[in-house]
Design a binder for this molecule. Structure first.
Ligand code: BGP
Length: 465
């Protein structure tokens, strides 16, 4: 194909601290909300006792094996790696006055390792975890105090890593708090809509405060938000379905609207009014929200449909959103509907709406892999999925959308967010560990490893339509 990707397009992969690092209490790290979810973001919340074990305690041991893993990413030609910082390594309880030096030193080592290979870091400040201390002692994001704690954390890491890290993201999939409040905002699952939206408001203010801090601390840096790109289609062309689809798409676009425009959209004010949702927004909050992000980032895995016809409302399941199945699409082993064209539609939609550069920071296929007798792993299904999505990214670029880069999810197998499984694999690199935590943790290249290497080497030229 003609090659639409710009020369400075960032190619790579994305991982998150709690899904790869392990070492959950090492070097002074505090307990995070993720440490209390041994069965994933929809599993029960378990108070940790000494001697308890969970799959994420070791995960894939990136904490100790990062030099080997980063070398493998470099071998594939990555120009970018998205990681997250575990807030609890820096502020173990969340409300300390001073950071934990051992935690700061760990990420220095990781960034130095990336620098050896000219890999640009893209760093998420909070990826599905926060200090459990803030939940227990302050009420999580339900409390205004958490805004100050987060801003202190953000400023600390901006100052420490500003020379090494220029690309940042605030909260991973910030719109998912509506569906998993403990993971997103540290609130009990049974919280009321008013409580959840109040916590979300605090998080939006904190996100804007972090944008301000970034611009002050790292003048040549850039910071984006991160949305779960949950694009929905109407199941039929009945105007009621189209209207309901617009309403449900606004449930998640609302977050981008505030972060990119700097104020609450009018449709949300009506929604709050008509649903008895009351939240406190101060004049100072409104001022802070005016600090808008530099670029939009999002994850994209699937699309779904919306209908007002109850008889058709049987549900498909993503990891977070329940969506009605699209009769025109096939599904992954986990029931996620595969829709490459949807990525082009979404890129165009976000570009038209915000006119800010876009970064696809997660996309990929979770699948069960099989090791053949000769030791190889022939993951042609993964190659197909990624190829088809990247072709659509190219189409969107041809449409005129400004796309900064693409970091596919889980370039190395890791613990899944939704159910804390290791058998749901996304990687180009296989990790020998199963759902029970058995295995040597040895790394092994899959067939997709050399495929992605060639995609990056040719800057997308090797993709097949
Ligand atoms: C996103 C999360 C990631 C990641 C991915 C895949 O929602 O940001 O953390 O895990 O989904 O989901 P899962 O791991 O459940 O397959």
């Amino acid at each position: 194909m003609t090659q639409p990707f710009p020369a400075d397009f960032l190619w790579g992969g994305a991982i998150a601290a709690n899904q790869v690092e392990g070492a959950y209490l090492t070097d002074g790290k505090g307990l995070s909300t993720s440490d209390l979810q041994p069965r994933g973001i929809f599993g029960e919340i378990v108070e940790r006792r000494e001697g308890d074990h969970g799959i994420k305690d070791v995960a894939i041991d990136f904490y100790h094996r990062y030099p080997e893993d980063i070398a493998l990413f470099a071998e594939m030609g990555f120009t970018c790696l998205r990681i997250s910082i575990a807030w609890t390594r820096i502020f173990p309880q969340g409300d300390e006055a001073e950071p934990n030096e051992a935690g700061l030193a760990f990420y220095d080592r990781v960034f130095d390792e990336m620098a050896k290979y000219n890999i640009t870091p893209l760093v998420t400040l909070s990826h599905y975890e926060m200090p459990y201390g803030l939940v227990k002692n302050h009420g999580g994001w339900g409390s205004r105090e958490t805004i100050g704690c987060f801003t202190r954390y953000a400023r600390t890491v901006f100052r420490r890593y500003g020379a090494k890290v220029k690309h940042w993201l605030t909260f991973n999939e910030i719109n998912m708090s509506l569906h998993a409040p403990f993971t997103g905002v540290g609130l009990p699952e049974e919280s009321s809509k008013s409580e959840i939206y109040q916590a979300i408001h605090h998080q939006l203010v904190a996100s804007a405060a972090a944008v301000k801090a970034l611009h002050e601390e790292i003048p040549d840096g850039k910071i984006g938000n991160m949305l779960l790109g949950g694009l929905l289609y109407p199941l039929s062309c009945h105007p009621d379905d189209v209207l309901e689809t617009q309403r449900q798409n606004r449930d998640w676009l609302f977050f981008g609207d505030v972060q990119a425009r700097g104020y609450y959209p009018a449709y949300m004010n009506r929604y709050f009014r008509e649903n008895g949702i009351q939240i406190e927004i101060t004049a100072e909050d409104r001022e802070t929200l005016k600090e808008t992000i530099d670029f939009i980032s999002f994850s994209y895995y699937m699309t779904g449909c919306v209908t007002t016809d109850e008889s058709q409302n049987q549900k498909a399941r993503g990891n977070i959103l329940n969506m009605v199945p699209n009769p025109h699409l096939a599904s992954s082993d986990w029931g996620w509907q595969i829709d490459p064209v949807g990525l082009r539609i979404l890129l165009n939609l976000l570009w038209d709406r915000y006119q800010k550069p876009l970064f696809i920071v997660e996309n990929g296929l979770g699948a069960k892999d099989k090791i053949e007798a000769d030791g190889s792993i022939r993951d042609d299904y993964r190659i197909q999925y990624l190829n088809d999505h990247l072709v659509q990214v190219g189409e969107a670029i041809e449409d005129g959308v400004e796309v900064m880069g693409y970091t596919c999810w889980g370039p190395i197998d890791l613990v899944s967010a939704s159910k804390a499984e290791l058998s749901k694999r996304y990687g180009f690199i296989y990790v020998d560990r199963d759902d029970n935590g058995e295995g040597t943790l040895e790394r092994r290249r899959k067939k997709s490893f050399s495929w992605y290497q060639e995609v990056i080497r040719s800057n997308g030229g090797s993709l097949t339509r």
